[in-house]
Design a protein around this ligand. Structure first.
Ligand SMILES: Cc1cc2nc3c(=O)[nH]c(=O)nc-3n(C[C@H](O)[C@H](O)[C@H](O)COP(=O)(O)OP(=O)(O)OC[C@H]3O[C@@H](n4cnc5c(N)ncnc54)[C@H](O)[C@@H]3O)c2cc1C
Length: 361
């Protein structure tokens, strides 16, 4: 596994249930490095709650015998708290992890991979890329975009006086807008797709989470939040700050650097050339989350896409840890029977057609 976030550690936990496999995690920083790098004010939008005993494993847990709500006593976790949870799980289950080892290249030879890291070369029959998306922030892709600060950086969350402009109105844009309204600023969010209006379908990957809706309602009630269903077309610098020009001809001026809440890309880093790319830019996978170009190379984490389905939350992509582990175990001729416990706990999905079920009410 490359990457010691929930995807890499979670896949390693499932592999640990297969007798006789040799496996380990390579991490360029520390366990949960992405969460340690999260801006301090950022919290999870998926709540944690210990429903494990009744078959409803904590939404943010990566193993069914664990629950961040139980160990940390918190429902909406901060990045630091989640990193603490991941570290505790890694220690408890003794997941072999190599720290401070950045993977710079991965080479496929006849029957094995050579993984070149800053701490030496590792050889493996199978590689799971779990490097996450946080290292791949997407720019708004408009003239002057470099003048913006991305939502992933601490600077986007620092208290601001006067008008604030946020480009992008999905989860992170609304999160930031509410944050700045709560701090007393006047905020404008611009987004031609106006995702804050999406009400169809019950999949949280395509509509704002309930907590975001509640915060949005409160922020709108202050009269200091404006949502504009128009595309930003350029960002210009002037004497008094910045001007964000809109497709409809209008302009919003702000004394502070505009914030780009324009999401993240797949972040495949050193394995990018080993995956084919779908027309929408995400990696092409077979039905087992394996590269269609490079057999033996799997993807774990939020960049998984199958058809129109997105696996961008922990509770979604964790469904695949045990599936990939079972496949790897079977290919190596090992007994994978212990993975039935993952299935029993509702943490193993093979048939992805069931994921599209809509709620009746
Ligand atoms: C702002 C934000 C908020 C989110 N909120 C939620 C939420 O509320 N609920 C939810 O379920 N999901 C949420 N997600 C989605 C998802 O759960 C996170 O993106 C999560 O971090 C993905 O886990 P991961 O293990 O794939 O990647 P990460 O947690 O990013 O872990 C990847 C690890 O790989 C390491 N790494 C990267 N490249 C290399 C390399 N070349 N060599 C060695 N190591 C490397 C990194 O240092 C990092 O530790 C959020 C995502 C973002 C960006």
């Amino acid at each position: 596994m490359i990457g010691a976030g929930p995807a890499g550690i979670g896949t390693a936990l499932a592999l640990g249930a297969v007798e006789g496999l040799t496996f380990g995690v390579i991490e360029k920083g520390r366990i949960g490095q992405t969460f340690l790098d999260w801006p301090e004010a950022q919290t999870f939008l998926t709540p944690s709650f210990t429903g494990n005993g009744f078959g409803a494993t904590d939404l943010n847990a990566i193993h069914f015998e664990t629950s961040p709500a139980f160990s940390l006593g918190t429902d909406y976790l901060s990045g630091r708290q989640y990193a603490k949870y991941l570290t505790a799980v890694t220690m408890h289950f003794r997941v072999p992890t190599m720290f401070g080892a950045e993977v710079q290249a991965v080479q496929r030879n006849a029957d094995e991979f050579e993984v070149h890291s800053t701490r030496g070369i590792v050889r493996a029959r199978t590689v799971v890329w779990a490097g996450g998306e946080f290292g791949h922030p997407l720019s708004p892709g408009i003239p002057g975009a470099a003048r913006c600060v991305h939502s992933r950086s601490a600077a986007a969350w620092v208290r601001r006086d006067g008008d604030v402009v946020v480009i992008g109105g999905y989860e992170s844009g609304i999160d930031l807008a509410c944050h700045h309204v709560e701090q007393g600023a006047t905020v404008t969010v611009v987004d031609g797709e106006h995702p804050w209006d999406a009400h169809q379908g019950s999949d949280p990957s395509f509509r704002l989470a309930p907590r975001s809706r509640m915060r949005l309602k409160r922020a709108l009630e202050t009269g200091r939040l404006t949502l504009v269903a128009e595309r930003a077309v350029s960002v210009e610098a002037g004497d008094a700050g910045f001007a964000v020009r809109l497709g409809g001809g209008g302009t919003f001026s702000t004394p502070t650097v505009p914030i780009a809440a324009t999401g993240f890309g797949p972040g495949l880093g050193p394995v990018a050339q080993l995956f084919a790319t779908r027309p929408d830019g995400w990696p092409e996978l077979d039905t087992d989350d394996q590269s269609t170009l490079t057999p033996g190379l799997f993807l774990s984490g939020p960049a998984i896409r199958h058809g129109g389905q997105k696996f961008c939350f922990v509770y979604k992509f964790r469904q695949r840890f045990a599936h990939v582990a079972r496949l790897i175990g079977e290919q190596a001729g090992k007994d994978t029977g212990a993975l039935q416990a993952w299935r029993k706990a509702g943490m193993l999905t093979e048939d992805l057609s069931c994921c599209g079920v809509e709620c009746a009410c």
